[in-house]
Design a protein around this ligand. Structure first.
Ligand code: KMH
Ligand code: ZN
Length: 302
């Protein structure tokens, strides 16, 4: 089996400060946790920004620029900027920082969908900030908009014009067919790095049968032109990504996807999750890819 790429999604836009004191929100915290994750073995860092005062997900270019150069200076990991942002941001907002930073890699969500966050709020009784509860509850009535026109714009402006390559986020079977459409249009070229996303309320559930079926259909659509990685939300994270690693895929961890390190136990850092999955994949006989190896495998501009 080929080397395994560990991606770490450091903070995201789903979890809120009241859910864990370890969720990084300031530029210093995001930098320290990103560098810690890279030192532990993550070769890709998937990054969102937050308002440092409130921890609220942010699309401000300045909030991104407060940590991107610092992370770049301190480690060699591939910096992968989110173009998903959060469901309440417009596409212009979501693209502002990636267009400015011109990263080697960016996420690209392959379809519009519901993206309900409110279940994550169910156990929280005390809120640190006023924005958190309404932000989570409003997700009950939001559409995470990624139309074919949106996708084409991201592929063209970030991919064709600025040389970025993509983490294609597929939350459902239909998203694989959308990706195939863009391959056929000539807007996407191999090798494809497809992130199968499990356990988001609005996307496919974290059932092992869904993973085997996604692989079966991706094999049919893309043959040898793709590699897959898996992320799974919350308590499904480690079981599903372990299955992915055993099947020759790549893995994503990070506090964006799960705040815990074991059932009922908060992870103290992103690095802690990287260390855990690294031990698992090495026990399975996989070799963890360095950033240089990951760049080579993914065909990045470097
Ligand atoms: N939050 C994850 C389920 C993005 O940033 O573009 C998917 C994600 C999307 O990481
Ligand atoms: Zn993300």
């Amino acid at each position: 089996m080929s080397d395994i790429i560990i991606t770490c999604a450091v903070t995201g836009s789903i979890h809120t400060p009241s859910m864990s004191p370890h969720l990084p929100v300031s530029a210093e915290e995001i930098t320290e946790q990103a560098v810690g994750a890279a030192e532990a073995g993550a070769s890709i860092l998937h990054l969102h920004a937050r308002d440092p005062d409130t921890g609220r997900p942010s699309a401000e270019v300045d909030h991104f620029m407060a940590f991107l150069p610092r992370i770049h200076q301190r480690c060699d990991a591939v910096l992968n900027l989110s173009t998903g942002g959060s469901a309440i941001m417009s596409l212009d907002q979501r693209l502002a920082a990636p267009l400015r930073a011109e990263p080697e890699m960016a996420s690209l969500n392959m379809g519009s969908m519901n993206f309900a966050l409110y279940p994550a709020a169910e156990r929280i009784t005390e809120w640190k900030h006023d924005w958190e509860k309404p932000f989570l509850e409003d997700s009950d009535d939001l559409v995470f908009k990624n139309t074919p026109r949106d996708i084409a714009r991201i592929l063209s402006e970030l991919g064709q014009e600025r040389g970025a390559r993509f983490e294609f986020e597929c939350y459902d079977l239909s998203h694989l067919y959308m990706l195939k459409h863009f391959v056929d249009r000539g807007l996407v070229r191999a090798p494809l790095f497809i992130q199968f996303v499990f356990g988001v309320l609005g996307g496919m559930g974290a059932d092992p049968e869904n993973l085997t079926h996604m692989i079966r259909i991706a094999d049919k659509l893309f043959g040898k032109d793709y590699m897959f990685s898996v992320l799974a939300a919350g308590r499904h994270q480690m079981p599903l990504i372990t299955m992915a690693a055993a099947m020759g895929g790549h893995v994503r961890v990070g506090l964006e996807d799960s705040l815990t390190i074991a059932r009922g136990q908060l992870a103290r850092s992103n690095a802690e999750q990287v260390v855990k999955i690294r031990g698992i994949v090495e026990a399975l006989g996989r070799t963890v890819a360095s950033p240089a190896k990951a760049r080579d495998m993914l065909g990045l501009k470097g």
